[in-house]
Ligand binder design. Structure first.
Ligand code: HEC
Ligand code: HEC
Ligand code: HEC
Ligand code: HEC
Length: 330
């Protein structure tokens, strides 16, 4: 395995350079899933069968939602940012925020106004992706990298979206509102079931294929790193010994345990360093500075890890990956 101790040397620099939350959304740049669907019809059809889509019409009608809203003093679920930020895609017009759908394409790939025209221009109107010149491709990718777009190959940032919502990092919502303290989220199982829309990478372009085994290995590890990071962040904000703090502390332990099990097979310096960073902070209330610093360290290592490996060397962990029967269907 590669020696990656150099990582420790540049870590402080990386932590300065990267914002703590990558996924802050610029609502004024939101378009809509229907606009994506003009070219991505298959992806749109998949999305319309998911809970991400259905929550838009169903949430406010659920008894449980009404109860949580009442506990939180929320009058209109569709007008209150307490629920809107996680359950809907919101668009800003004339200074006002309006939910336009459930959690949609741009909730994960980022608002598209700046990149929608760039990402599918392969060198003129009639040029297909297969015929794009290397120079044009370089130019296009450079231009895209100046925008917010999260491309599927950027696993850390793409998956960070999931964890920002699915760990439900809001103490009051959980302890007072009675909201679930997060999902039983695992990135491979949650991305390869009914949410999967991997048409573009299939040979024909119209088959919805599972991510490759190499990619699933990386998804699994980056996912556990994100789980560790975000449960540390959640705990860092906890103020009372109740469901929220207890769940977050438990999640830190479970993610650490899973990473240890992976690392018993792979023996990677990156994973060892993530685990060391996490155990440098005590899992207790009123420990914000130390827990947040640990989360930042885990994040910085995980970001580098996500870019450094393609998973081809990780066959030893295959028995740990969820099987297709475990993928999340809705
Ligand atoms: C005018 C047509 C068109 C529209 C509109 C469009 N796309 Fe695309 N998109 C494409 C094409 C063509 C590709 C390349 C597909 C391939 O690789 O086979 C692509 C690729 C992508 C990729 C993969 C990029 C990569 O680097 O691998 C993502 C993600 C994506 N589109 C998201 C979106 C989202 C989200 C929207 C709506 C905000 C959208 N697209 C709107 C045509 C379009
Ligand atoms: C930080 C993100 C976040 C916020 C804020 C949030 N939710 Fe959720 N909510 C989720 C996630 C993630 C799930 C899916 C949980 C699962 O996996 O079952 C969910 C599921 C639900 C469910 C279905 C599960 C259940 O407990 O019956 C209801 C109802 C619900 N939310 C209501 C609300 C209401 C009402 C608000 C606003 C007061 C709100 N949520 C705010 C993330 C959030
Ligand atoms: C903007 C917040 C948000 C983001 C980003 C997000 N989710 Fe969700 N997700 C939710 C909410 C809220 C629900 C539950 C909706 C409901 O039941 O009303 C949900 C539900 C799901 C479900 C269905 C769970 C079940 O019990 O059936 C899966 C699977 C899922 N999300 C996977 C993902 C994956 C994978 C990602 C990242 C690639 C992701 N989500 C990103 C908020 C989000
Ligand atoms: C909940 C988050 C989420 C939502 C919503 C979402 N995507 Fe994705 N998208 C992802 C993830 C994660 C991947 C990579 C999955 C993988 O590697 O298995 C992806 C991959 C893609 C790809 C590349 C597929 C390939 O074969 O390489 C395209 C194109 C795309 N999404 C377009 C869209 C469009 C269009 C929509 C809306 C109709 C949409 N996405 C909605 C998270 C999301």
């Amino acid at each position: 395995m590669k020696n990656r101790n150099w990582l420790l040397l540049i870590l402080p620099l990386l932590m300065l350079a990267s914002p703590i939350f990558a996924g802050t959304i610029d609502h004024s740049k939101v378009m809509s899933a229907n606009e994506c669907g003009e070219c991505h019809k298959d992806e749109l059809d998949v999305w319309r069968k998911t809970k991400h889509y259905k929550t838009f019409n169903e949430l406010a009608r659920r008894d449980n939602a009404k109860k949580i809203a009442k506990n939180m003093g929320v009058k209109r679920i569709k007008k209150d940012s307490t629920c809107m930020n996680c359950h809907f895609l919101n668009k800003e017009e004339a200074g006002e925020l309006t939910p336009i759908s459930g959690i949609a394409c741009e909730s994960c790939h980022t608002p598209a106004k700046d990149w929608i025209k760039l990402h599918n221009d392969f060198g003129g109107k009639d040029v297909k992706k297969e015929n794009e010149t290397p120079e044009h491709k370089q130019q296009r990718l450079n231009a895209i990298s100046q925008t917010s777009m999260i491309r599927p190959r950027d696993i850390y940032n793409l998956a960070e979206n999931c964890y920002q919502c699915h760990l439900v990092p809001n103490e009051k919502l959980v302890n007072t509102g009675g909201h679930k303290a997060g999902s039983r989220f695992e990135l491979v199982a949650y991305s390869q079931g009914d949410n999967r829309h991997n048409f573009a990478r299939s040979a024909t372009g119209d088959e919805n294929i599972e991510s490759s085994i190499e990619r699933r290995r990386v998804l699994y590890i980056v996912g556990q790193g994100l789980e560790l990071e975000h449960s540390l962040r959640g705990l860092s904000k906890a103020t009372e010994k109740a469901k929220f703090a207890i769940t977050m502390a438990k999640r830190v332990k479970i993610a650490s345990k899973r990473l240890k099990i992976v690392n018993a097979k792979l023996n990677l310096a990156d994973i060892t360093q993530m685990l060391a960073a996490a155990s440098s902070a005590k899992l207790k209330l009123n420990n914000e500075v130390s827990l947040a610093a640990a989360a930042d360290k885990v994040a910085a290592i995980n970001k580098i890890f996500a870019k450094a490996y393609d998973g081809s060397q990780f066959a030893a962990m295959d028995a740990l990956l969820p099987a297709p029967a475990d993928y999340k269907h809705q």
